[in-house]
Design a protein around this ligand. Structure first.
Ligand code: UDP
Length: 325
């Protein structure tokens, strides 16, 4: 059975990928330091607790399991926080990923699926962001992910690494069976925050700016269902297994929703009022990010099946209710 190390596999997206890996007949091994991930989210494959910055531990785990590939999710991933703690972001996302690459080289593991981000694009003046759109990140989080994209290309000259870079737009929703879902502490993402209002554990949603140059003044994002995202990782792995070589893909639902659109969708699904308050802009937030997913559709034969906003919110709501019960 083919083994895949899933760094950050106790986290939100990583745990969904571990589920699909096992369902597809792979052997996922979750490698996570549980700093933001959860032991309860590791339901598919063993959990090896460790940091990607711990070279000795990583090499030991790789020697034991002899993985064919690594799915690398472990990262710090909050735009706002990265503005406050850039060094921590560069240390974790860049420095520790280099440690992971060195461990892969030592263990002769040559396939990597890397979690990059639409934040690498910054604030592009295009309607749809393609893989060729110029990457000019405007916050340390985006810069840290772009640095790794560059490092991966260079690392191929040092050992026979093949990588698929997946640039996520806004991962959202939850497992359709509600076995796992989004659980950050503190929560900063818009959909779980809105749902906390519906659950009564938060009194209002702060809208970070209504003076953007968008139709309703709030930021527009492209939300992608976490299961669609996880599915793309499997297809990316098959891509590498077929010997097709390193590539990069944008992954979104292909549609833009403003903060107001998302709040409205949540009102419909939950039946709750969801009080809001306009606040100043959040530093580092671009006004509009929407993916062109044509390349992933064509090359990976992938399509976002569950990424319409009502399915995303319905699955997130099911999970929010279950996890708060
Ligand atoms: N947002 C907001 N209020 C919140 C959280 C987020 O208005 O409490 C906005 C945020 O400014 C952004 C969008 O919702 O425009 C999505 O933010 P999120 O943090 O979910 O994801 P990001 O796009 O930062 O990765």
């Amino acid at each position: 059975m083919t083994t895949v190390i899933v760094t950050g596999g106790a986290g939100y997206i990583g745990s969904h990928a571990a589920k699909l890996l096992e369902k597809a007949g792979y052997n996922p091994v979750v490698y996570d330091d549980l700093s933001t991930g959860h032991e309860w989210a590791v339901k598919w494959g063993p959990l090896e607790i460790g940091s990607i910055g711990d070279s000795e531990r990583l090499v030991g785990v790789m020697e034991r399991y002899k993985p064919d590939a690594v799915f690398h999710f472990a990262a710090q991933c909050l735009v706002g926080e990265s503005m406050q703690k850039p060094l921590s972001y560069y240390n974790k996302n860049v420095g520790e990923t280099i440690t992971l690459l060195q461990a892969m080289k030592q263990a002769r593991c040559h396939k990597l699926i890397f979690s990059s981000s639409c934040a690498t694009f910054g604030e592009p003046e295009v309607d749809l962001i393609t893989e060729d759109t110029i990457q000019q990140p405007i916050n340390p989080y985006g810069r840290s992910k772009l640095m790794i994209e560059t490092i991966l290309a260079d690392a191929e000259k040092e050992f026979p690494l093949n990588s698929v870079i997946l640039r996520y737009f806004n991962a959202a929703g939850g497992d359709p069976e509600a076995a796992i879902g989004e659980a950050h502490d503190p929560e900063t993402h818009i959909i779980p925050i809105i749902l906390q209002c519906a659950l009564g554990t938060r009194d209002k949603v702060n809208i970070y700016g209504d003076d953007y140059l968008t139709p309703d003044g709030t930021c527009i994002r492209d939300y992608i269902h976490v299961t669609d995202l996880a599915e793309a990782h499997l297809l990316a792995l098959k891509w590498l297994e077929a010997g097709k070589g390193s590539e990069h893909f944008n992954l979104g639902g292909g549609n833009g929703y403003s903060v107001y659109d998302v709040i409205e969708a949540c009102r419909k699904i939950t039946g709750h009022l969801i009080p809001t308050q306009i606040c100043p802009r959040r530093e580092g937030d671009p006004s509009k990010l929407i993916a062109s997913v044509a390349k992933a559709k064509k090359s990976l034969c992938w399509s976002p099946k569950m990424s319409d906003i009502s399915t995303i919110v319905a699955d997130a709501w099911r999970w929010a209710q279950k996890s708060s019960a």
